[in-house]
Design a protein around this ligand. Structure first.
Ligand SMILES: CC(C)(COP(=O)(O)OP(=O)(O)OC[C@H]1O[C@@H](n2cnc3c(N)ncnc32)[C@H](O)[C@@H]1OP(=O)(O)O)[C@@H](O)C(=O)NCCC(=O)NCCS
Length: 332
């Protein structure tokens, strides 16, 4: 956009998002990604993204004050509506959403429409959803490694890129490379019981303790979200029933979150999850760099790295990513 274009456009307005904004946020997300990914020879993002809509609805439900949109008055719709006396609408041209889990503030999404970028809107959206001055929160997010604008913007706020996560996709064509569960570790599939009556509070409390130890914070609301998405939980225990780890997989192939008391159990848990539920298509899991043995095992078993890595960014250390694997780049 040139300076003269900007002069004739109506001013940008900022407001808290509502559910009615979510379709426009999805379109903004898709158009902003396709605008830079397609020229780089990457796949075009499809029109329909149900799991993204679910993530936006979850972020808005748990943190309604941290989901904001940037808008301009929509002159075409306004004109049409003025004729029948309705209130003029506005058009979403950018949005940002974050979730707060105890002392960890995590930026889930920040997108500005192509043609509107590099004019300060992303920084202004962030300013409205960041913790207030004096709040000692840890700030974190995940960025696309191919995107210098977002990485530069977050780094200027101290949220620096510190760790790659690779998307490992496929099915094991060389299953002999998969590490078996060690003797004395037992897997319990939780889905039957959870579909009927919801999660047993004692199981969730044990998962919360493990999250506090590995991720730095419990986040039961996000476990509830992945269950609603259809992911299937597994608990891994020793002979006395003590929890050693947990993990989720799904019939659509997406795996995570996964947490382990011992980093040596990370790869065997993922290997178990790969075999325990046969997905309709490929399996897919975002593996953090510190879980290097898991990454090596998956590549040796035949899964492939897809697309660019994402970069986890944070203002100060908060999690042990050799033992914790996030839900997705958009949610810890
Ligand atoms: C990332 C995005 C949300 C930023 O919003 P924006 O309105 O374009 O950004 P702003 O103009 O507010 O700020 C960008 C900042 O990054 C800085 N920046 C841009 N390129 C940079 C680079 N190569 N190195 C370092 N900093 C850079 C700019 O200097 C600017 O800082 P300033 O305020 O000091 O000038 C937007 O560009 C976008 O939607 N991009 C495509 C999708 C995307 O990558 N989203 C983030 C997903 S992780």
């Amino acid at each position: 956009m040139t300076g003269s274009d900007a002069a004739v456009l109506p001013a940008v307005r900022y407001r808290a998002a509502t559910e009615a904004d979510l379709p426009a946020c999805e379109a903004t997300w898709r158009d902003a990604l396709n605008d830079y990914l397609v020229p780089m020879g990457q796949y075009e993002i499809p029109a329909d993204n149900p799991s993204l809509r679910q993530l936006h609805a979850h972020a808005l439900a748990t943190d309604p004050d941290l989901f904001w949109v940037a808008t301009r008055p929509d002159s075409s719709r306004a004109a049409a509506r003025a004729a029948d006396g309705a209130k003029a609408g506005d058009r979403v041209i950018g949005f940002g959403s974050a979730v707060r889990r105890e002392h960890v503030w995590f930026l889930s999404m920040l997108f500005v429409r192509p043609g509107e970028q590099a004019a300060g809107m992303g920084r202004e959206l962030l300013r409205r959803i960041l913790p207030s001055d004096g709040d000692d929160a840890t700030l974190a997010t995940a960025t696309d490694a191919a995107q210098p604008i977002s990485n530069g913007l977050y780094t200027s706020l101290g949220i620096a890129p510190r760790m790659p996560m690779f998307n490992l996709v496929g099915r094991p064509t060389r299953p002999e490379a998969l590490a078996p569960l060690p003797p004395g570790v037992f897997a319990e599939r939780l889905d039957g019981q959870e579909r009927e009556g919801g999660r047993d509070p004692a199981i969730q409390a044990a998962f919360d303790d493990l999250d506090a130890e590995t991720l730095g914070v419990p986040h039961p609301q996000d476990h509830a979200f992945v269950l609603r998405q259809g992911r299937i939980g597994f608990a891994f225990r020793d002979g006395q029933g003590a929890l050693l780890g947990y993990g989720y997989t799904s019939e659509v192939g997406r795996m995570g979150p996964i947490a382990t008391r011992d980093p040596g159990l990370h790869a065997p848990i993922i290997a178990h999850l790969l075999a325990a539920v046969e997905p309709r298509g490929a399996s897919a899991v975002w593996v953090p760099g510190p879980a290097g043995e898991t990454m090596q095992m998956l590549v040796q078993a035949g899964l492939r790295m897809e697309g660019f890595p994402v970069l986890e960014c944070w203002s100060k250390p908060f999690a042990d990513f050799s033992r914790y694997l996030p839900i997705s780049p958009g949610l810890l």
